[in-house]
Write a protein that binds this ligand. Structure first.
Ligand code: SAM
Length: 195
């Protein structure tokens, strides 16, 4: 038993070190876990949250998907906005991001956040989401059209998709036939669902 336990401990350690020493992991970690949240907090995040207020994006009781949530810079305000009767799904393909979202959620005393580890499939029921928020993630996705089709499936008929991305007009080539543009403010594009 002791030997098995020790071996398991060793292989966990090897996996841990292998992951931490992997240069791709380190670069990803440094950018998304350390640098990006500060950028969000000090600069772009405030402007974006102000815009949320202007368009009344988040309302009590909504179901909200933060697709590519990162460390939760928008997940937490969304969860506070939808309140206890609402629900926020925080999806990301990077497990460490989701761990941080879960830690922040606990610190804030929020019980309405559920994390989803995925690169595309949400596992959510069809037409179950009021708002889908995608901030600075679309350009990172390779199967953009496939992801858009999945988002179309889960969005309620009168739901809203908001994409914030530096791709500009190009975003429209991935939403074509699925979502209709309501308005655009610089990098922020707001859509309704096409039936
Ligand atoms: C630039 S960060 C933005 C994070 C957050 N939305 C924000 O604005 O603060 C992009 C995030 O998208 C995630 N991501 C990239 N490709 C993804 C995919 N195919 N599916 C889900 N998440 C993805 C990354 O792991 C990263 O956390």
């Amino acid at each position: 038993m002791i030997v098995i336990g020790a071996r398991r401990k060793l292989s966990e350690l090897e996996r841990f070190l292998g992951e931490k020493l992997n240069p791709i992991y380190k670069a990803h970690y440094a950018v998304w876990v350390y640098w990006w949240p500060w950028w969000r907090k000090l600069f772009s995040g405030r402007r974006i949250l102000k815009k949320w207020g202007e368009i009344k994006l988040v309302q009590e009781g909504q179901t909200f998907l933060d697709y590519g949530c990162g460390v939760g810079s928008f997940t937490i305000p969304a969860a506070q906005g939808v309140g206890a009767k609402g629900k926020v799904y925080a999806l990301d393909c990077f497990p460490r991001q989701l761990e941080i979202v879960e830690q922040k959620s606990k610190q804030e005393g929020l019980t309405n956040i559920e994390t989803i580890l995925s690169t595309g499939d949400t596992g959510l029921a069809s037409e179950s989401i009021d708002v889908i928020w995608m901030c600075d993630v679309l350009h990172e996705i390779s199967a953009r059209r496939v992801v858009m089709e999945e988002l179309h499936r889960i969005l309620k008929q009168k739901g809203t998709l908001v994409v914030h991305d530096s791709m500009g007009e190009k975003v429209l080539s991935y939403t074509d036939g699925l979502f209709s543009l309501i308005d655009r403010d610089d990098k922020l594009l707001r859509f309704t669902k096409q039936s």
